[in-house]
Write a protein that binds this ligand. Structure first.
Ligand code: ZN
Length: 410
């Protein structure tokens, strides 16, 4: 995930913006409740699919081991070997014209020859019918990280070995299913996410199929910890504002129900990972993340800090949904978001509740200003939840407030 280096400037702009909005933004009371969504049967979610902590842990421990040198230039060849060997063992097909690797070009050298700066890794489970062979589901996570900096290794256990373990174990679960999917399911490990999403940008511009054949993208980044180390069993899911029917599938796929599904509009967090280039092409997407924490992009992002039970549960949801996408008669299409949908307010209300509780118990220390700000955010989102809708003006405020919170508190 890319850290925003305009932090101080944004900080000042947002403070001004938030203070301005606070003064203007009165309560808009629209009291009619939203009509309930029509109930449709959840028949296809395969609850036999289950990924355990012992399945994901070894992948994280290997990919974030000192030998992999933080999966920068020195460590990436070993990571590629490991990932390709896993795909081969499962009998998956190479994704790129018989090759598991899609080289990523850099600048041409002084003689005009192309140079290569990295490689995406891809494999797929083919559809069991001709029509389905023209449709693709792309499950992806980046495998690169920061490498070695100032002599120190950045292991990247959560960023992004955690999501890589989900990708590898989902490939195993689906490859072992009795029946082949109705459409192709691709498993892609992107390179150079840490450098302006170069790997996923190149993939979307040079896909292994016709661009319009990509029906859905599911990305994961940071799946093994919690937002700000808060005691939350939440996975944030961005993108359902374009395909709201997924909320019921995700709820049905939630193994024990002990995981909290925090639905958020992607515009609440901005472009944070490899789903960005797909979204830009209006390809329906889902982005899964447990959020940033103090060890993010530091040498302390180590395997011993990963919550493997939680990672396994999130991986199980994603694997079940992937299998579901392989079976659905039709993949949900890209829709305009409902601006009055209070779902973001519900999730931000939960985040502010956890923040205030952590501050009350001394787990974190909020400044006076932040305490006031978080309390106001909580009361405003609570109001929208009670009304069952949010006004367009309030949503603009909520986006700015959420981005300010993510930048200044977490
Ligand atoms: Zn990342």
């Amino acid at each position: 995930m890319r850290r925003n280096d305009l932090r101080s400037t944004c900080w000042l702009i947002l403070i001004a913006g938030v203070l301005l909005i606070c003064r203007q933004c009165g309560i808009t009371c629209a009291d009619e409740a939203r009509p309930p969504a029509p109930a449709t049967p959840i028949t296809l979610i395969d609850s036999a699919i289950r990924i355990a902590a012992d399945d994901v842990r070894p992948h994280v421990q290997f990919l974030a081991s000192p030998e992999l040198k933080g999966r920068g230039p020195e460590g990436k060849p070993a990571a590629r070997e490991y990932i390709i060997a896993h795909f081969e063992k499962l009998g998956l097909k190479p994704l790129f014209d018989g090759d598991f690797l899609q080289p990523l070009p850099g600048q041409v050298d002084e003689n005009g020859n192309p140079t290569y700066v990295g490689a995406n890794i891809g494999a797929y489970l083919p559809a069991d019918n001709a029509a389905g062979a023209k449709e693709w589901i792309v499950l992806n996570a980046h495998y690169d990280h920061l490498g070695i900096r100032n002599g120190r290794i950045y292991p990247g256990a959560d960023d992004n070995a955690s999501s890589m373990s989900m990708l590898l174990e989902t490939a195993r679960q689906l490859a072992n299913l009795k029946q082949r999917p109705q459409r192709n399911i691709a498993f892609v490990a992107f390179d150079l996410e840490e450098q302006l999403l170069w790997g996923s940008r190149w993939f979307v511009a040079h896909p292994p199929c016709e661009p319009e054949q990509i029906k859905f993208c599911m990305t994961a980044d940071l799946l093994g910890r919690s937002l700000g180390n808060l005691p939350m069993r939440t996975v944030f899911i961005m993108g359902t504002e374009r395909t709201p029917e997924f909320r019921k599938y995700l709820t049905a796929a939630n193994p024990s129900g002990s995981l909290e599904l925090g639905f958020l509009g992607a515009d609440m967090v901005g472009t944070r990972s490899d789903y960005g280039p797909f979204r830009d092409q209006e390809i329906p997407f889902l982005f899964f993340s447990t959020g940033e924490h103090p060890d993010y992009h530091t040498p302390n992002d180590t395997p011993d800090k990963i919550d493997y039970e939680k990672l396994a549960e999130i991986s199980t949801i994603m694997a079940r949904l992937c299998a579901h996408l392989g079976e659905l008669p039709e993949v949900p299409t890209w829709k305009s978001p409902d601006p009055t949908d209070p779902i973001d307010a519900k999730t931000m209300n939960r985040v502010t509740e956890a923040l205030l509780k952590a501050d009350d118990t001394g787990k974190i220390q909020l400044s006076g200003f932040h305490r006031t700000f978080v309390s106001q955010l909580q009361s405003k989102t609570g109001g929208a939840m009670r009304r069952g809708r949010i006004s367009a003006e309030e949503r603009v405020w909520l986006i700015r407030a959420s981005q300010f919170l993510l930048i200044s508190v977490f």
